[in-house]
Write a protein that binds this ligand. Structure first.
Ligand SMILES: Nc1ncnc2c1ncn2[C@@H]1O[C@H](COP(=O)(O)OP(=O)(O)O)[C@@H](O)[C@H]1O
Ligand SMILES: [Mg+2]
Length: 564
């Protein structure tokens, strides 16, 4: 029914009602006030303009469509483009090559299915299992010391055993004491009721804890912790402020952080400090490289995990700002096993939803260790805006050299502010070329030219698949800039290759889980799950370019390759 006809019927009904029983209608309809003069003028102005379109809605639509021909070509253009233009949003920038191979996808393909499988099922991604921990010191039993830093001492920890008088267990055993307690040094025991100050000053440690907002209760303003846990970021269980225990090693190792009246005029009657409860890891990367022999394969898997951690931090706009080998922790059960790696120590982290810091004066702390500051941070002079977005990725690049050569060139030989890219150590040619080029990519001095951590992580992960031994052979051969006619064909082939490859990799991973743990180590299985849980076609394509453009065989070394 057209609107006109509908309006005519409505008019008839109303006039009949008024004729039959006009009185009740006058009572129901509110009295209209005379409209303001400005409104009358506006109506007159509008009415004076000749009517441009028909009253009939269908006709009006046809008229409008003819007048705005753009509407025929792109019926939805108004929606997205005007929205973007209005809100000043940039149009997405795609690199030329990405446009060439971008195929409109309406279906939910293999890549997406595999991503969801590994991203949501605990069975394939053990990291998804969760648990909660108590928020007071008395619920735990503290074991021996396992590490010291500049700001804290770390102890073995376990939940208080259920039974009193249970047999003592060795605190060196990671199964018996599976947790670690970070006791933060509080140098302000003379400040009374300083609980809020402790949370504010040390809360950055909670960047890896998704529930941090509940614990912090707004004490850190714009603090934005990571939204979920990640297998390559330290697992922080909880944090709390509680009474400071005087542990056996305390007087010897950190006397200045103890509440003694020698140091303070008036100390708090119940001195407190800040505690962080974490999963316990076996050793630092620094100790591992010093003490353990490991295969090249294992070290490539370590780099891949490190880059996965960086990619996750980058995605969620958190910068750890203190990437060095004693802040990287490893866990493994048996010697020779590939360790699981996590980035830890977020005490200097920048986590407020932006990578940009307004560096106003020299006194401002840009965080972390001077030697592993990326060039753009090392060279920053106030006043300026400092961008930390790829600073962790650069520092992770220096750790790649440490993992492969046992020496971090930036701890002794090179300086971040002055080094030239050609001065970087040459990595062994037993390391696949695509991965070597990825390391070069993340060590670019200019952050604008630097490779993103997710693509570098992809290159390492792809090089570690056994079926994908030589990705170079799997990829279709075509000219790097195909002519227009070829484009669609090439694009389809690339999509098919990516689908086939991902199916193969997923199948290999699932089969390895079911059959034998020895085929693929626990850490490697987790790495694959992490990689597959963040699959994106565009990033995959950018990563495959490293293999496609590599003429050599990106060989898979056997597991028996010599340990270093
Ligand atoms: N979760 C953990 N498991 C095992 N050892 C740890 C853990 N966290 C820290 N450590 C050890 O304690 C040391 C100091 O911890 P860290 O968090 O780096 O403190 P700081 O902020 O003072 O540098 C580390 O270098 C490491 O040896
Ligand atoms: Mg540290």
């Amino acid at each position: 029914m057209s609107l006109n006809r509908f309006a005519r019927i409505a008019q008839q009904v109303v006039s009949r009602a008024v004729n039959q029983n006009g009185n009740w209608l006058i009572k129901v309809v509110p009295r209209l006030r005379p409209p303001p003069a400005s409104a009358v003028q506006a109506v007159v102005r509008v009415a004076a303009v000749p009517r441009q379109f028909s009253r009939n809605p269908l006709m009006r639509m046809i008229q409008m469509t003819i007048r705005h021909s753009r509407f025929i070509a792109r019926p939805l253009s108004n929606v997205a483009m005007n929205h973007r233009a209005f809100f000043g949003m940039e149009r997405p920038k795609y690199k030329r090559r990405q446009i060439l191979f971008k195929k409109p996808r309406t279906d939910f393909g293999i890549v997406e299915r595999v991503r969801d499988l590994f991203g949501t099922k605990e069975r394939y991604n053990e990291h998804l299992k969760k648990g909660t921990l108590p928020d007071r010191l008395s619920a735990y039993e503290i074991g021996g010391n396992i590490g010291y830093g500049c700001n804290a001492a770390v102890y073995a920890l376990r939940l208080q055993p259920d039974r009193q008088g249970a047999a003592p267990v060795d605190d060196k055993d990671l199964q018996a004491y599976p947790l670690a307690l970070k006791l933060m040094f509080n140098y302000e025991h003379d400040r009374r009721n300083n609980e809020d100050g402790l949370w504010r000053g040390m809360g950055a440690e909670l960047a890896p804890l998704p529930k941090a907002a509940t614990l912090l209760r707004g004490r850190m303003g714009d603090f934005r912790p990571l939204p979920c846990t990640h297998p390559n970021i330290v697992h922080v269980g909880t944090a709390f402020v509680d009474s400071m225990p005087i542990l056996p090693d305390a007087r010897l190792r950190y006397p200045e952080a103890l509440p003694t009246s020698v140091m303070y005029e008036a100390i708090e009657p119940d001195p407190k400090t800040f505690f962080v409860v974490m999963q316990r890891y076996r050793m630092t990367l620094q100790a591992y490289l010093r003490e353990q022999r490991s295969s090249l394969w294992a070290r490539r898997a370590l780099v891949a995990q490190l880059l996965e951690g960086c990619a996750f931090l980058y995605t969620h706009k958190v910068s750890q700002r203190d990437m060095k080998s004693d802040n990287i922790l490893l866990s493994y059960d048996t010697d020779g096993e590939i360790p699981q790696l996590v980035i830890s120590d977020f005490g200097c982290a920048l986590a407020n939803g932006s990578f940009i810091v307004d560096y106003r004066h020299d006194g401002m702390d840009l965080g972390g260790n001077l030697r592993t500051r990326a060039p753009e941070i090392a060279l920053a002079v106030p006043p300026s805006m400092v961008d930390f977005s790829l600073a962790d990725t650069w520092a992770a690049g220096t750790l790649c050299y440490e993992i492969f050569t046992k020496l971090n060139p930036f701890y002794s030989v090179l300086s971040a502010s002055t080094y030239k890219e050609y001065e970087l150590p040459i990595l062994s040619d037993r390391i696949p070329e695509p991965t070597r080029r990825a390391v070069e990519g993340i060590m670019k001095r200019n952050p604008k030219e630097r490779l993103s951590p997710s693509i570098a992580a992809n290159v390492f992960s792809l090089s570690l698949f056994r079926f994908g031994a030589d990705l170079h052979d799997l990829l279709p051969s075509f000219a790097s800039e195909p002519i227009m006619g070829e484009m669609r064909k090439v694009s389809k082939r690339v999509e098919r290759v990516i689908d086939d490859m991902i199916s193969l990799l997923a199948a290999e991973t699932i089969a390895a889980r079911i059959t034998s743990r020895e085929l693929i180590s626990r850490a490697e299985l987790q790495l694959r799950a992490t990689f597959m849980a963040r699959l994106s076609r565009d990033e995959l394509w950018a990563s495959l370019a490293f293999f496609r453009e590599t003429p050599s065989t990106s060989g898979v070394e056997s597991d028996n390759e010599s340990a270093v």
